[in-house]
Design a protein around this ligand. Structure first.
Ligand SMILES: Cc1cc2nc3c(=O)[nH]c(=O)nc-3n(C[C@H](O)[C@H](O)[C@H](O)COP(=O)(O)OP(=O)(O)OC[C@H]3O[C@@H](n4cnc5c(N)ncnc54)[C@H](O)[C@@H]3O)c2cc1C
Length: 383
């Protein structure tokens, strides 16, 4: 895959690898044991120039395309998916702001997002609304000078440390997806109340939580995406987001395979290395096959998006396959290691717990099936 990268993109992938090795690996386990947000990983990513990956070079970012970005997050998640996904969410906001943000909002926030001085978050999901995102109930009411936001948001990655929130709200509760707008709101603004961060097995580093909006007044300049365009804007980056989740799964499975391969070469049972047992060899061969297949699907989808072609179905295939492969194959890697597979002195238990969460990120697995089935059979009244 790296042959397709420009020298600049390859240098960013190298920077991401160095960041993951130096700043993430030594502390990743502590986010789980201490049940806390991976704040220091984001700070180090800012120093490593990884916080403006989707922002064009002319606007101070790295201007990465989908293939390079997928390589960056694959390397990052090979060490820790939470640090990688936190970075993805932030970069998506910075990228969206640079692409479609009004000039005033860019002046207010873009430099700080690109430098990593401020951390971004994406607030679409609500306590009562997930997959059916067009049904959100958070309201934005027009006033003489701006807007008032009321409602609740849930499952906000980076909530524990976010400074800048992109909040999706409806300007007409009867208007469905045609009434959705987006606002950029500072997390410490009056009327914004953070909820306690979730206890999320394998996901503490994501700092995921909710926010309540209670009569939160914002000015006209805070309107990020006009009413009627918010739903399309929220979905605009969804295919890339799904490809990135798939790439992160590839990273975790690669670590699983490397860890298990090294272990079975050393460990002996019945007078010979575990690596001599056919059951062990074939299990790891299956892991390698799924990893190869997941990478092919992932980078095919990334390439489709890079070429500007509609990539919804390719992205859905990649995400569905890679997330399933991650959970099943990480468990296989742990199994060939015997009880040592379950010990937290190596990253596989953390990766396995996190792999479960990937089934929900950026659209649940069944929603990928909705996309794929629609491409085969046309729309259905049931999905
Ligand atoms: C760790 C984590 C981080 C997240 N970060 C963010 C974030 O930063 N910002 C944000 O806005 N959201 C975030 N989310 C929310 C995520 O996008 C949702 O969890 C996801 O969209 C699914 O919604 P839900 O969990 O409410 O499931 P529901 O919509 O309640 O669905 C429940 C089950 O029903 C199935 N289902 C639903 N509709 C259909 C259908 N039409 N056909 C077949 N099956 C269906 C689903 O697949 C699922 O299995 C995060 C989630 C997790 C777990």
């Amino acid at each position: 895959m790296d042959d397709a990268l420009t020298p600049h993109e390859a240098s960013v992938v190298d920077r991401a690898k160095a960041w993951a090795a130096v700043d993430v690996a030594p502390v990743a386990e502590s986010w789980e044991t201490d049940r806390r947000f991976a704040a220091e990983a984001f700070a180090a990513a800012a120093s490593a120039g990884l916080t403006g990956l989707l922002v064009p070079v002319e606007q101070g970012g790295e201007g990465l395309g989908p293939v390079a970005l997928a390589r960056v997050v694959e390397e990052a998640a090979a060490v820790d998916l939470c640090a990688a996904f936190s970075l993805v969410v932030h970069n998506n906001l910075a990228g969206a702001l640079s692409r479609r943000g009004p000039a005033d909002l860019k002046v207010r926030y873009l430099d700080d997002l690109v430098s990593g001085a401020r951390l971004g978050a994406f607030l679409l999901t609500e306590p009562g609304v997930g997959s059916d995102a067009a049904a959100i109930t958070t309201t934005a009411r027009r006033t003489a000078t701006g807007w008032v936001l009321d409602g609740a948001k849930a499952w906000v990655t980076n909530a524990a440390g976010a400074d800048v929130l992109s909040v999706y709200a409806t300007t007409d509760p009867a208007g469905g997806h045609r009434a959705i707008a987006a606002f950029v709101v500072e997390a410490d603004r009056p009327g914004v109340r953070p909820e306690p961060t979730y206890q999320l097995f394998g996901g503490h580093g994501l700092g995921t939580g909710g926010f309540a909006f209670e009569g939160c007044e914002v000015d006209d300049g805070s309107l990020f995406v006009a009413p009627g365009e918010g739903f399309r804007a929220a979905m605009e980056g969804i295919d890339l987001a799904r490809v990135l989740v798939a790439a992160m799964c590839c990273g975790m499975v690669r670590t699983g395979l490397e860890t298990a391969t090294a272990y079975v070469a050393d460990r002996r049972a019945f007078g010979k290395p575990l690596a001599d047992l056919q059951a062990v060899r074939f299990t790891l061969a299956d892991v390698a096959t799924d990893l190869a297949a997941a990478r092919l699907l992932t980078f095919r989808a990334a390439r489709t998006l890079q070429d500007g072609v509609s990539g919804a179905v390719d992205a859905a295939h990649a995400k569905k396959f890679a997330t399933r492969a991650a959970e099943a194959r990480l468990a296989d890697c742990m199994q060939v290691m015997g009880a040592a597979g379950a010990r937290r002195d190596h990253p596989l238990p953390r990766h396995l717990a996190t792999a479960r969460l990937t089934h929900y990120l950026d659209g649940a697995t069944e929603i990928q099936d909705v996309v794929i089935a629609r491409s085969l059979l046309g729309p259905s009244e049931n999905a």
